[in-house]
Ligand binder design. Structure first.
Ligand code: SF4
Length: 410
């Protein structure tokens, strides 16, 4: 669920599917060379993969532990680097397995340090399988915004990704792969608890993570594993547009922080800008927030609120937001996001004065309501923009850019 992104859509779209989560095709695209990618497998799945390839059970148990450590702690992508595994076994592993990374179509760096990648899913050479990830460095943290789907079934009206059709769910491997790739790019191997740039993860990229629940859960379990990427659940935030039936499970089975793309406080307006509201209304959503396991004053629920001029930015909207937060006794923080309009978007951004006043009203009620600083405005950093921009570029232009990038790397 990308919070604060844009759309060019002007018509309300129906919400597909009658059951939850909306069924969408799983990826399951096998590698052409028949080798199994070990990234994204759980520890047990990794051991089972070794067993299935014919390794002795006792050895598989030990090797799985060693390989896990090399993959997630040291960032190894080559079995030959695994010095505690007998050299003679390296070719056997390399013939059957691979430690992969997502394919990078395009990488951009903003003047403010924000980095954005366009990544290519397996089986799509035409850009239809592309998805994005963004790294946002701040003084005290570095946040990676991770995608969960290629496209999105929901049609939040301010969101550019919402204008794309859903292609498919990302696999656990592709979700973990985004974190691995970011660690590669930031030079953060071996994994260490202190002093790293990538400190936080937000599941706020393309897609609604709770419509890809199993893969998101499995991926985040790998990311949270203490012997490896070791990001604690307190540093991971899952953002949903309000898939109410899956929220309790997310709390119980993943246990990370929760963010909700609220964006409006009345049925009429939220129905328009976050159409899933027509299925799960505001009161139902806020009750699910109140029931979310583990939310307390130290781990507050974040409400994302994109500021749209003359749409959701009145004083009475701010006051209603405060009333609702109080009514449900929510340990809450409100994130105000100035809308970043682009050609064709059906909304304008609220004036800075309006945003400030809105923030003050919430703040005066004792609720934190920071205004998010737009990042990476010079690089299409809003969710979905890079994918669209890339699709517009000719193949030749992309090839030329790739060549330039290679030349720059020396
Ligand atoms: S349309 Fe999808 S990606 Fe965009 S804000 Fe809504 S849930 Fe997120």
């Amino acid at each position: 669920m990308c919070a604060g992104m844009q759309t060019a859509s002007t018509a309300l779209m129906p919400i597909p599917g009658h059951i939850d989560p909306v069924p969408v095709p799983r990826a399951g695209v096998a590698r052409e060379d028949g080798r199994v990618d070990l990234v994204g497998l759980s520890r047990d799945e990794l051991r089972e993969a070794l067993l299935a390839a014919g390794m002795e059970p006792k050895q598989a148990k030990l090797r799985a532990k060693q390989i896990w450590h090399w993959i997630y702690n040291r960032g190894a992508t080559d079995f030959a680097a695994m010095t505690d595994i007998a050299k003679a076994q390296h070719p056997w592993l390399a013939e059957r397995f691979v430690i992969g990374r997502p394919e990078v179509v395009e990488a951009q760096v903003s003047t403010d340090g924000t980095r954005k990648w366009l990544l290519r899913g397996a089986g799509g050479t035409d850009g239809s399988q592309d998805y994005e990830m963004v790294f946002i460095p701040d003084a005290d943290r570095g946040t990676l915004c991770v995608s969960s789907q290629v496209g999105c079934t929901l049609n939040c009206r301010f969101c550019h990704t919402g204008t794309m059709r859903l292609v498919r769910n990302l696999t656990a491997q592709e979700i973990v792969g985004q974190v691995m790739l970011a660690r590669d790019a930031l030079g953060e191997w071996p994994s260490q608890p202190e002093g790293r740039m990538l400190t936080n993860i937000v599941m706020m990229g393309m897609g609604e993570p709770l419509y890809n629940f199993d893969n998101v859960r499995d991926a985040l379990k790998v990311v949270m594993d203490g012997d490896g990427l070791a990001l604690s659940k307190r540093r991971i935030t899952l953002s949903t547009s309000g898939v109410v039936p899956m929220m309790a499970r997310a709390g119980a089975e993943i246990g990370v922080n929760l963010a909700v793309s609220l964006h409006a406080v009345t049925k009429e307006i939220r129905d328009e800008i976050v159409p899933i509201n027509r299925k799960y209304g505001i009161e139902e959503l806020l009750q699910a927030c109140a029931d979310y396991p583990g939310a307390n004053n130290a781990r507050r629920i974040t409400f994302e609120y994109v500021m749209l001029k003359d749409k959701n930015d009145r004083d009475e909207d701010a006051r209603e937001l405060v009333r609702l937060i109080r009514k449900y006794r929510l340990p809450a923080k409100v994130n105000l996001i100035p809308f970043n309009p682009w050609p064709g978007a059906p909304y304008d951004t609220s004036t800075p004065e309006r945003v400030r006043r809105f923030s003050e009203i919430i703040f005066e009620a004792g609720i934190s309501a920071p205004v998010r600083t737009p990042r990476g405005r010079d690089i299409d950093a809003a969710c979905g923009q890079l994918k669209t921009a890339a699709e517009k570029k000719s193949r030749a232009e992309l090839d030329r850019l790739a060549e330039e990038k290679l030349a720059a790397l020396g």
